[in-house]
Design a protein around this ligand. Structure first.
Ligand code: 3PG
Length: 210
């Protein structure tokens, strides 16, 4: 299975912060019903690691990855728990090299030419661009796509259904990440139908823009 292709086929990578493990599978199913079959569960909460394990074990149709992975130790833990891809806010060379050596898909946060160069040197072709809205968004990625024409970006941060179409239309955008269609507030409130509806709107916008 080509993991990075699964991300671009879906187009939307939900960044999910899970406060309670028991909400993980319902949230995954809600996203799936709305046409989103990938899910990044962050390690920002204590429930994150076990939530990854639950989705990996119980939702085979959903490609579950781990987000906010900062250290190599965390990376190994989430892979053991069943994470199929690793998302990092920044570039940890040791961790990225381990992922490459062990054939684990990884998209580290890279926003400067130097960070992107480091990623290329380790063999990556797709990086996260985070926080996209702070580091210049589409104009910044347009400029970086000049010298780095073989690199694709997963912009994350500040994306919603209001600006998704602009990102979807950009050829250097591999997929986008964001929390708007699966917020921790909606998860906590049990608004799973709303999550499905927002996921469906998001996938519609993405497909129309490609
Ligand atoms: C985050 O930092 O939580 C992610 O990048 C998602 O950002 P967003 O909430 O702006 O979509």
């Amino acid at each position: 299975m080509d993991i990075l292709k699964r991300l671009s086929d879906c187009g939307i990578v939900p960044v999910v912060v899970m406060d309670k493990v028991e909400n993980a599978v319902p949230a995954a199913k809600a996203l799936l019903s709305g046409g989103i079959d990938v899910m990044e569960i962050t390690l920002r909460t204590k429930a994150g690691l076990e939530s990854i394990r639950q989705v990996a074990a119980n939702c085979p149709e959903v490609l579950v990855g781990a987000g906010t992975v900062v250290t190599l130790e965390q990376c190994k833990e989430v892979v053991d728990a069943g994470a199929k891809f690793i998302v990092a806010p920044g570039f940890n060379k040791e961790m990225v090299a381990w992922c490459v050596e062990n054939n684990v898909s990884v998209t580290p946060g890279c926003v400067t030419p130097t960070e992107i160069t480091e990623a290329i040197l380790l063999g990556l072709k797709v990086v996260k661009f985070f926080p996209a809205n702070v580091y210049g968004g589409l104009p910044a990625m347009t400029a970086l796509a000049g010298p780095f024409g073989d690199v694709k970006f997963i912009p994350t941060g500040g994306i919603s259904d209001k600006n998704l179409a602009e990102y979807a239309a950009a050829p250097f955008v591999h997929a986008v990440g964001g929390s708007w269609m699966c917020t921790k507030e909606d998860i906590a409130a049990g608004n799973f139908d709303k999550i499905t509806q927002l996921a469906s709107v998001a996938t519609g916008i993405w497909k129309a823009g490609r």
